[in-house]
Design a protein around this ligand. Structure first.
Ligand code: FES
Length: 76
């Protein structure tokens, strides 16, 4: 991953795996946290996955369901 994009990121996760998703919008490795939030009052959303899944993580930072895509990128 190399930062934010206008479309969702399709990510494969494994059961038992945890991912820290950026919620501040400053990460250079979006959609994942890179620690840049330390300059803000935001915190990453850490999600532990119970099963192997493919997820669509928000790439445009406009989703109302971040860190997941809600289709908002289609209206940009
Ligand atoms: S870098 Fe954005 S929440 Fe950590």
């Amino acid at each position: 991953m190399s930062g934010w994009q206008k479309t969702p990121f399709m990510i494969e996760v494994k059961a038992g795996q945890s991912k820290a998703f950026c919620m501040c919008g400053l990460s250079k490795t979006g959609p994942f946290c890179d620690g840049s939030h330390k300059l803000t009052d935001k915190m990453p959303e850490v999600v532990k996955f119970e099963q192997d899944r493919k997820i669509f993580a928000c790439g445009c930072q406009q989703s109302g369901k971040r860190p997941y895509c809600d289709g908002s990128h289609n209206n940009l």
